[in-house]
Ligand binder design. Structure first.
Ligand SMILES: Nc1ncnc2c1ncn2[C@@H]1O[C@H](COP(=O)(O)OP(=O)(O)OP(=O)(O)O)[C@@H](O)[C@H]1O
Ligand SMILES: [Mg+2]
Length: 189
């Protein structure tokens, strides 16, 4: 697909994230997104290339596997190394973010940036910081980030006790003290 597409598309930049630039274009009636991670000049060039490649390839694996777990993600159209082409999704429907995180954690997957910004309607996106062999500690951190971003109700509804206990331990160690407005709430409960 790639060789035949790239010379003919006119990509338009539509979002600049912390890591990536997102371009959209149409191809054979499909709405597509090209997500490209440009070099970061403050990093050593070799390390930089490795990180960009690793994160993009992690994203590729997540986009291919999560649909098998019943989690909606944009379809992957092409893997270009430090860039991918995927389906452009609309903010349609609504996911149950707690259920989605429980499903990920049950399969030893952490998202790494689990915030409402990374849901487009029912679709979960942005997997550069994900990992597939998550420890309890990593899951606990995922849960804390999610609770911070969605609100205290997230912690209440999330049901994997082991992970919740680990999250409380992480909080007690003080790592997340700063900025966690709901910490007192959690202490009381
Ligand atoms: N498949 C898609 N379809 C439609 N919009 C998308 C798609 N993928 C990404 N976007 C848009 O681009 C934005 C940035 O994408 P993404 O989160 O994957 O990149 P990022 O560099 O990690 O960005 P951020 O730093 O904002 O998290 C998203 O918030 C979303 O608005
Ligand atoms: Mg994002």
């Amino acid at each position: 697909m790639v060789r035949s597409v790239l010379p003919r598309i006119r990509p338009r930049l539509f979002a600049i994230g912390a890591e990536a630039r997102l371009y959209r274009f149409r191809w054979r009636g499909r709405d597509c997104v090209l997500k490209y991670r440009p070099p970061k000049t403050y990093r050593h060039p070799e390390l930089d290339h490795r990180l960009r490649l690793e994160r993009t390839q992690t994203e590729v694996r997540m986009l291919s596997r999560l649909p098998n777990l019943g989690i909606k993600t944009p379809s992957l159209y092409a893997n270009l190394g430090v860039a991918i082409i995927m389906e452009r999704v609309r903010r349609r429907g609504r996911a149950n973010p707690v259920k989605v995180l429980e499903t990920l954690h049950t399969h030893d997957i952490v998202h790494g940036d689990y915030t409402p910004r990374n849901f487009l309607g029912e679709y979960l996106i942005d997997f550069g910081l994900s990992s597939f062999d998550a420890s309890l500690q990593k899951k606990a951190e995922d849960l804390l980030v999610a609770t911070h971003a969605f609100g205290p109700w997230f912690f209440d509804r999330y049901s994997i006790t082991k992970v919740k206990d680990a999250a409380v331990q992480v909080l007690k160690l003080g790592k997340y003290r700063k900025g966690f407005r709901w910490l007192d709430y959690l202490r009381r409960n």
